[in-house]
Ligand binder design. Structure first.
Ligand code: NDP
Length: 479
């Protein structure tokens, strides 16, 4: 199936008529083509967005809200179709796409459709000076949204929904590896009655299509989720143009387990926080630190649970671990496993490719646990972004904190303990944008989301996202 660019409410071939193969990672076969868009396609998308802006930015909040909620309802009505498309493009189990990715994409539109009607600005009376200040929150204009392949529609809509709710028009690019659900979203937007040109989707390679969005002088803000190296590059390109930037980047998150935690709950959740979506979630707890007194028991129980996970075809209901997203990513993840021993790592379970009958060219890997001796090894310092976690014991709370923070990233941290004072101390001192205590990936869309250090700049989520996608203008009136 071929994918087309969605510009001004219509579907278009790329101007160059050049195409890129789209692979199904579950069988390693090409199943369609996507546009290899150039600067000219991005320019057309920009022109459509610019033309729609005067109308959309003046559309009432009630009407914007109605359309966003309609998009949400249509996504829910098309759950099966979208989940199948997401799974085919990404390799994730259909059951996961049905339970998480597509419902969350629908929630993004519903949430921001409602949030925009509650988004208030401030006013300040300058007492004794006969003056009043009020702050306008004005949409920026045309904004760019660029998203990765791991949670394709989930993260694409996490950006688009607040951007359009706030009155902006958008030029967006999904990852070239997982373009399908973004393509299908265009149809849904038309059906929901979204004003033509408010959302424009150009498909293509990061280094050309994505780069053209970032380089466009009149696309005034970029919301980007992806790797830290790409984020660094985007920041450099955008800086001379003073673009507003939101960068949600990589993570190498600690999962810190104390002996006083609710053990069974911790074990269940740790399996999920390690291997959900084949470990390809920026929030996965890929470095597991366990209090020494329960370390040996933990290893035995964790390995047993992980060995029981089924690596299988994404379409099978009982599959826990599907295919990795692409051949190049598969090779990258495998290289960390191959080099584990040279870093004094000991593979406790997994470590091998899996060949599925009938899908021999698919990118399947066993969920892998590697015990490490030091936090400074590559396995603990570099983002692997696959079904690979490390374990290591610690003796004291101070040591656990030191291990957790001793990494360039700072996206999220998970803490397992029933000690309230320790919870408060460690939550204050962990270097992360998000701390989960006795849970993982519990998301309330009103809360700020983002990282510190090399995990990014800025916050999305809730009113933070609406603040990012608007400019604050203060008006001072003397009376
Ligand atoms: P990349 O950084 O490679 O790509 C992300 C997006 O940017 C893709 O759409 C990509 O296009 C595009 N892109 C690549 N180069 C450029 C460029 N020069 N200019 C503009 N756009 C460009 O990340 P991945 O897709 O590999 O995603 C995995 C990464 O995303 C991991 O590091 C993960 O931690 C991070 N991530 C962070 C999250 C967070 O919230 N902090 C959430 C989810 C993932 P294309 O794919 O076509 O090359």
């Amino acid at each position: 199936m071929n994918i087309l660019n969605y510009i001004n409410g219509n579907f278009h071939n790329p101007i160059s008529n050049e195409w890129i193969d789209n692979y199904n990672p579950s069988n390693g076969e090409v199943y369609g083509q996507i546009p290899n868009s150039t600067k000219d396609d991005v320019e057309n998308a920009y022109i459509a967005a610019k033309s729609a802006f005067p109308i959309w930015s003046k559309t009432t909040l009630e009407e914007r809200s109605r359309i966003l909620i309609k998009i949400s309802e249509l996504l829910e009505a098309n759950l099966q179709r979208f989940a199948e498309a997401e799974s085919k493009d990404n390799g994730k189990p259909i059951s996961l796409a049905k339970a998480v990715d597509i419902p969350r994409a629908a929630s993004n539109f519903r949430f921001f459709g409602n949030a925009i009607t509650q988004f208030a600005s401030e006013s300040h009376e300058s007492v004794g000076q006969n003056a009043i200040n009020y702050t306008l929150r004005q949409p920026i204009g045309v904004v760019g949204c660029i998203s990765p392949w791991n949670l394709p529609l989930y993260l694409f809509t996490w950006k688009i929904a607040p951007a359009i709710a706030a009155g902006n028009c958008v030029v967006a690019k999904p990852s070239e590896v997982t373009p399908m659900t973004a393509y299908l979203l265009g149809e849904i937007c038309n059906e929901a009655g979204l004003t033509k040109g408010v959302l424009n989707i150009v498909h293509g390679l990061g280094g050309s299509t994505g780069q053209a969005i970032v380089e466009h002088p009149d696309i005034k803000a970029i919301s980007f989720t992806g790797g830290t190296a790409t984020g660094t590059h985007i920041a450099k390109v955008a800086a001379p143009m003073f673009k507003k930037l939101s960068l949600e980047l990589g993570g190498k998150n600690p999962n810190i387990i104390f002996a006083d935690c609710d053990y069974d709950d911790m074990l269940e959740t740790t399996v999920r926080s390690s291997f959900a979506n084949q470990g390809q979630i920026c929030l996965c707890g890929s470095r597991i630190f366990v209090e020494a007194s329960i370390y040996d028991k933990f290893k035995i129980d964790f390995v047993a649970k992980v060995k029981a996970l089924k690596v299988g075809h994404p379409s099978e209901d009982d599959t826990n671990i599907g295919a990795l997203v692409s051949k190049s990513h598969f090779e990258k993840v495998k290289s960390y496993i191959t080099n584990a021993e040279s870093e004094a790592g000991k593979i406790l379970c997994g470590g091998n490719e899996v060949t599925l009958k009938g899908y021999e060219k698919g990118y399947y890997l066993q969920p892998t646990i590697i015990e490490v001796k030091s936090n400074s090894c590559k396995l603990n310092q570099e983002e692997i972004f696959g079904p690979v976690v490390t374990t290591m014991p610690f003796e004291t709370e101070e040591e656990a904190l030191e291990l957790a923070n001793n990494v360039k990233y700072g996206l999220s941290a998970t803490l397992w303990t029933n000690n309230l004072k320790r919870t408060m101390r460690m939550s204050n001192d962990l270097q992360a944008g998000i701390v989960w205590v006795n849970t993982w990936m519990m998301r309330d869309l009103r809360t700020p989301f983002g990282g510190v250090k090399a995990s990014g700049v800025g916050r999305e989520g809730g009113f933070e996202a609406l603040r990012f996608f608007t400019e604050a203008k203060n008006v001072c009136i003397k009376y």
